[in-house]
Design a protein around this ligand. Structure first.
Ligand code: NAD
Length: 392
């Protein structure tokens, strides 16, 4: 029996205005959608790869033709500045699609292997086979790139795809469905399921032939456990708490620019953001002054004039507030003012931090850069590795 059909309402993180209200996929519908994707699989798999790649080329060209509209849509969905939407979502997607168009034949080609003495008359090959109907579950922080690229990769290899975009950015999911249809993907090749964790759970429980998940550690863990029940192969792209280390012989200008970009691009909401910065003591104060200056110069806002936009949700805002309170309570010293305007946090640089603070131990996912001195290379490496996370 179908569950009640609910709606998702997506609001602009920048203005709070309602962006869209759409019908969510009911968890009870997911089995039938998976069956349809499985039914579409043999015909799609059996197409020559060139025909599958033609669809990808058309899709990429549509992205380029509709560039301004797509950038505006991604910027509205996430609140990120236009240049961020262009660079980290649209351009990356176009670039990677182009890469697959060029390389996929070779990536998927049979690979001959040498046999053993016993089987010297036999022929050995590694061949790449599609898996069937693949679930792609995506996050909101780069909602186009992180949904489209894995979906297209699976499609090129001959799989059909059930894509669940983040419930925070459903308009990007709608766009991908539209681009796929306009690019000529056959019915059932790419199905977009809209909704939140309940729909994601239903998709995993339905038993797709493979799951490709990008998102948080906690969700990744839950998906891996649920997938274990059905022995479903899973690829996980999770969060991190990534360190950057600056030694005294570094080019200071480049290191400051790298730290500033790494920590504050997309308002710090990047899986591979610079989350912790360790600077050799001899240059620590000079570096801190320069990175503080660079952080203060960044423009917080939206559209074309801004460098960073808002934090995606109230929940994330509360998490950042809690992490800052904990750090300040344990002696951290902000070298920039801690300034909130609605859900926008101006870049924060924190000195006087240590590993007793939660901000050094967990994925922050916001525009906060804690800076800590070190003396020796061994100490820097030990500090960098003193984390349960490992990503970048
Ligand atoms: P999230 O884990 O909250 O949600 C990701 C997706 O999973 C969403 O579509 C959500 O609806 C769905 N989901 C939630 N619970 C589920 C469940 N139990 N079963 C199935 N699906 C479920 O993550 P988020 O807040 O959207 O994204 C931010 C996180 O993603 C950060 O931790 C970030 O580091 C990580 N991330 C990682 C990479 C990478 O490539 N490693 C890239 C971008 C983001």
């Amino acid at each position: 029996m179908d569950s009640p059909k609910e709606t998702i309402r997506a609001h602009s993180p920048a203005t709070g205005a309602l962006l869209v209200e759409i019908r969510a996929t009911a968890p009870g519908e997911v089995m039938a959608l998976l069956a349809a994707a499985r039914a579409a699989f043999p015909a799609w798999r059996d197409l020559p790869i060139g025909q599958r790649l033609d669809c990808v080329t058309r899709l990429r060209k549509l992205l380029v033709e509709r560039l301004d509209e797509v950038v505006a849509l991604v910027a509205a969905a996430t609140g990120k500045p236009d240049v961020e939407a262009l660079a980290s979502d649209v351009l990356v997607s176009v670039d990677v699609l182009r890469y697959y168009e060029r390389e996929a034949r070779q990536i998927l080609a049979d690979e001959p292997r040498r046999g053993t003495l016993l089987y010297r008359l036999s022929k050995f090959l590694v061949t790449y086979q599609p898996m069937g109907a693949v679930a792609v579950i995506a996050p909101w922080n780069h909602p186009l790139q992180l949904a489209l690229v894995p979906a297209v990769a699976a499609l090129i290899a001959g799989n059909t795809v059930l894509l669940k975009p983040s419930e925070l950015t459903p308009t990007v999911g709608q766009l991908i469905a539209e681009l796929g249809a306009d690019a000529g993907l056959p019915r059932g090749a790419l199905t977009v399921l809209q909704g939140g964790p309940e729909v994601g759970k239903a998709l995993v429980a339905a038993g797709p032939d493979k799951i490709f998940f990008t998102g948080s550690l906690a969700t990744g863990r839950a998906i891996l456990a649920a997938a274990a029940e059905g022995l479903i192969p899973v690829s996980l792209e999770l969060g991190g708490n990534d360190p950057m280390i600056v030694f005294e012989d570094a080019d200071l200008g480049r290191a400051v620019a790298g730290a500033t970009y790494g920590a504050f691009a997309n308002a710090g909401q990047n899986c591979v953001a610079v989350e912790r910065l360790y600077v050799q003591r001899s240059i620590h104060d000079r570096f801190l002054a320069r990175v503080t200056e660079a952080a203060e110069r960044l423009r917080v806002g939206s559209g074309r004039e801004a460098d960073l936009g808002p934090i995606i949700s109230d929940g994330q805002r509360e998490k950042l507030t809690g992490l800052l309170e904990d750090a300040l309570g344990r002696g951290a010293r902000p070298t920039t003012p801690i300034r909130w305007e609605g859900n926008r946090l101006h870049p924060v640089v924190l000195a006087g931090v240590d590993h007793s603070m939660r901000i050094m131990q967990t994925e922050v996912f916001g525009p906060i850069l804690p800076v800590m001195p070190f003396d020796s290379e061994d100490e820097a490496v030990a500090l960098a590795n003193d984390s349960p996370h490992g990503l970048n």
